[in-house]
Every structure is written in C-alpha cells, then in structure tokens.
Write a protein that binds this ligand. Structure first.
Ligand SMILES: Nc1ncnc2c1ncn2[C@@H]1O[C@H](COP(=O)(O)OP(=O)(O)OP(=O)(O)O)[C@@H](O)[C@H]1O
Ligand SMILES: [Mg+2]
Length: 245
C-alpha cells in the first residue's frame, strides 16, 4: 500500500479582503514506501500549502489525502492529532518552536506526548542533538539561538520519535553546507535503512539531489516530475536543467 496518496486535491485561501487565492489545483501525488520525494517551485507556487494539507495541518477544499489507506480528511480532530503524532514528523518552514521551553524540552515534546519518555531516553535526545551539532545549547531557549540552530532543533524534534513519514519544509534553508550535508545524510539513512518516507520542500538543487524524485510546482499545479537516474551529481545536473524551464 502507498504511504501517501494525494488525490485531486485543490485548496484556496480566503484573504481578509475576501479575494480567493488559489494555492493548489487538482494535485495528484503518491509517495511509495521508502521514497524520498522533493518538491520544488518558485516562491508562492504552493509548496508549503501542499505539505500542510498532505500532513493534515490544514484542510483541502476538494480531494482526498490517504496515509496508508486512511483518509485523513475524514478524521475527527482528536483522531487526526493522535494519528499525526504516531506517524508523522514535521519540520516547519518557520520552525514552530515553543519559546517557553528550552531546546531540550522542545525536542522531547513528541516523546512526552507519546508517553514514550523515560529517563534513559535522555541519551537518544542527546545523541540526535550531538549529531546535528546542537548538543551544547540544550538548556537555552529558542530566542537565544541562531536561525540555523533553531532549524536543527526543529529537525531533531521531527525525527526523535522515529516517524514513518517525514514532511520537511525547506529543512536546509538556513543551514551552511556542512550542516545541510549532515541533515541530508541522515534523511538518506532514514529512508534507506529505517523505511521512512520523506516529502521535502527545497529550493536548493544540492539538497534536492538527495531525493529519488522531484515534482515541480507552478501556480498550484504540478508541471513536471523528474526521477533520479544515476548518481547525485547526474541528478543535480538534471535538476538544474529542469529548474530553468
Ligand atoms: N494564509 C493564507 N492566506 C491567503 N493566502 C495564502 C495564505 N498562505 C499562503 N497563501 C497564498 O497561497 C499561495 C501559495 O503559498 P505557499 O505558502 O504554499 O507558497 P510556497 O511555495 O510555500 O512559497 P515560499 O517558497 O515563499 O515558501 C501564495 O500565493 C500565497 O500568497
Ligand atoms: Mg513555503
């Protein structure tokens, strides 16, 4: 069974001055088990909206979102929260960290909500944080750390629970190339060895070259799709060529 099936999904926003802003038009996209799919497109093309709708953060107007065959659009609020918590890790474009909690507490939120937290899990949290180079700032608050550090905290929080699906919105957008590589290598490991499926928005061809497949959005439509053939370097060239259109 497919991990994620986005079927004929459309979404409009209603702005304050009552203009309908179309954000997604009849989107069809399927994520197979273990797939790492990238979403690219210009600013305003609908990438964040697609991730929010696919993960159940936001509702679509038309269409269906199935995750392992469960239509999340039909779920009640509590059922959806629980489902998301058990299955999905999410890295938001604007991080969404809680300012009243320390870095460590932010990272532990999914474990605490899941009642999976035990004292010995401190090690897990610390290991993840060290891997992402934020082990030294665990007792600080989000407003006391840099944007790139906040991004790594958000990534840490999204993966600490070993989710089977990860939605990541520009997860390397604020990172230098060394930190980006660490994050991307970890995503690669998750999808190759831990059976996770990943849907990642990125504007960066280097990050995109880690994916198996890229879909290009334009004005709320999927206009192109390219598959990895060969290695990352070859795919990087294909992405650059495709992004020129
Ligand atoms: N809350 C909202 N109310 C009204 N319009 C919105 C809202 N959020 C997004 N939009 C509009 O919907 C369209 C898609 O926005 P979205 O945030 O999905 O784009 P994006 O591809 O993620 O852009 P970026 O690369 O800048 O993050 C844009 O035209 C945007 O202005
Ligand atoms: Mg966005």
């Amino acid at each position: 069974m497919d991990v994620l099936e986005i079927k004929n999904v459309s979404k409009k926003y209603r702005t304050n001055n009552r203009i309908n802003q179309v954000a997604l038009k009849d989107i069809n996209l399927t994520l197979k088990n273990n797939e790492f799919v990238g979403v690219m497109g210009t600013s305003g093309s609908g990438k964040t909206t697609l991730l929010n709708v696919a993960s159940g953060i936001d509702k679509c107007d038309e269409g269906e979102i199935n995750i392992w065959g469960n239509n999340i659009c039909k779920m009640k609020k509590n059922e959806l929260s629980l489902f998301r918590r058990n299955n999905i890790g999410m890295v938001f474009q604007d991080f969404n960290l809680l300012n009243s909690l320390t870095v460590k507490e932010n990272i532990m939120i999914p474990l605490i909500l899941d009642k999976k937290y035990e004292i010995n899990q401190d090690n897990v949290v610390v290991d993840f944080a060290n891997m992402l180079g934020i082990g030294e700032i665990m007792e600080r608050y989000p407003y006391e750390i840099s944007g790139g550090q906040q991004q790594r905290v958000a990534i840490c929080r999204a993966i600490v629970n070993n989710p089977k699906i990860i939605f990541a919105d520009e997860p390397t957008g604020n990172l230098d190339s060394r930190s980006s590589k660490k994050v991307l290598s970890y995503f690669e490991l998750l999808h190759e060895e831990c059976n996770a499926s990943i849907l990642m928005v990125t504007h960066d061809p280097f990050s995109a070259s880690y994916c198996d497949r890229i879909v290009f959005l334009q004005d709320g439509l999927i206009v192109r799709e390219i598959h990895k053939k060969g290695d990352k370097t070859k795919f990087f060239d294909d992405i650059i060529n495709s992004a020129k259109f």
